[in-house]
Structure formats: structure tokens, C-alpha cells
Design a protein around this ligand. Structure first.
Ligand SMILES: [Zn+2]
Length: 185
């Protein structure tokens, strides 16, 4: 890893201060691997950011501190994670407290990949705020319930860096749903 990055981070995860398997994470949609575009993150944060592991809300109380980071790349990550935690009032409050320079705000709002398009099972383009219906029963991992076929999910959110994932509330719980199991209504 870049020495400047290691020095900046103090050899710790810039989001949670953890030290487990630190890596330099390039914060999309930036493509140039410079220290400015990267954040040092531990494996726990990385897996949740890249959605290879489910989001654990309790882990992210660490953002209480890291939202005040001077590093734009860190702020962008924090902002996006808080956005995904919008079912939790503490996260919404934290996000509201953040101050992002204009360029940083644009970076944070920018989808990970501009070409990323979310489509439902019929190939219709989905947008944030759309309503969808589940086309089959879904076993919701971790939440311990089954979302029934035909369930309406209102005001969906698009997952920034994964065109196959949307988020929405079912039975009062914010869950991630695969786009291939929904149809736009
Ligand atoms: Zn971490």
C-alpha cells in the first residue's frame, strides 16, 4: 500500500479504526488509484461496503467519529453507508450532520458506475422511488421471515454499486432485494 496512505490512516481503518487486513479501497467512480481517491479500510468495513457481506448496522456506529474525517474519500464512504442505513434514525441524524464540499457531495451522490442500470424481471428500468411487487416468495436472510410473492414494496432505493440489488421496506424492515425477483408496478 502507498506509504502516504498508511501514514494518513495511522495504520488503521479510516472508518472504524480497526486493523484487520487493511486495504486501500478505491472509492468509485474514481478510477485513478491515487491516495486522494482511496480510503484505508479493514476487511469488515470492506465486505460491507462492497456488499459481499450484509450490512451490520451496529458496526457503523464508528461513523460517529469518521464522518468528521478531513479526507473526502472517507467522507464519501461514510455518507454512502449512512444512506444505506436510512431505516435507522441515528444514521439519518449522522448523515444530516455531515458537511460535504460541493465536489465531495457530487462524488458521494454519483453512482459507482454511471452505466449501472437497475432493471426489473421484465427488463424495465427501475428508479429510486419506484414501487415494485415481489414475483416470488423470498426468504429474507438474517431477518427470519419470508416476504410473500405479491408483496408491494414502495419507494425503493437503488444500490449504488450493484445493478442487481435494490432496497426496500418489507414488514417494516429495510431489506436488499434482487431485481430479478421484482416487477415494476
Ligand atoms: Zn473498518
Amino acid at each position: 500500500m502507498d506509504m502516504g496512505l498508511l501514514e494518513r490512516s495511522g495504520n488503521k481503518c479510516e472508518l472504524c479504526n480497526g486493523t484487520k487486513e487493511l486495504t486501500a479501497h478505491l472509492v468509485a467512480p474514481k478510477t485513478e488509484e491515487t491516495a486522494d481517491h482511496q480510503a484505508v479500510v479493514c476487511v469488515d468495513c470492506l465486505q460491507q461496503i462492497t456488499q459481499t457481506a450484509p450490512l451490520e448496522p451496529n458496526h457503523w456506529h464508528c461513523l460517529n467519529e469518521s464522518i468528521w474525517s478531513e479526507v473526502p474519500a472517507v467522507k464519501v464512504l461514510a455518507y454512502r453507508v449512512l444512506g444505506r442505513l436510512n431505516a435507522h434514525p441515528w444514521a439519518t441524524d449522522l448523515k444530516d450532520m455531515m458537511y460535504l464540499e460541493e465536489a465531495t457531495q457530487e462524488w458521494a451522490d454519483h453512482s459507482a458506475d454511471a452505466a449501472l442500470v437497475h432493471k426489473d424481471s421484465n427488463g424495465n428500468v427501475l428508479q429510486a422511488g419506484d414501487s415494485v411487487t415481489l414475483i416470488q416468495d423470498l426468504n429474507v436472510k438474517g431477518a427470519g421471515f419470508t416476504a410473500k410473492r405479491g408483496t408491494a414494496v414502495r419507494r425503493i432505493r437503488l444500490v449504488h454499486d450493484n445493478a442487481e440489488h435494490i432496497e426496500g421496506k418489507v414488514d417494516g424492515q429495510q431489506i436488499v432485494i434482487l431485481t430479478k425477483y421484482v416487477k415494476k408496478t
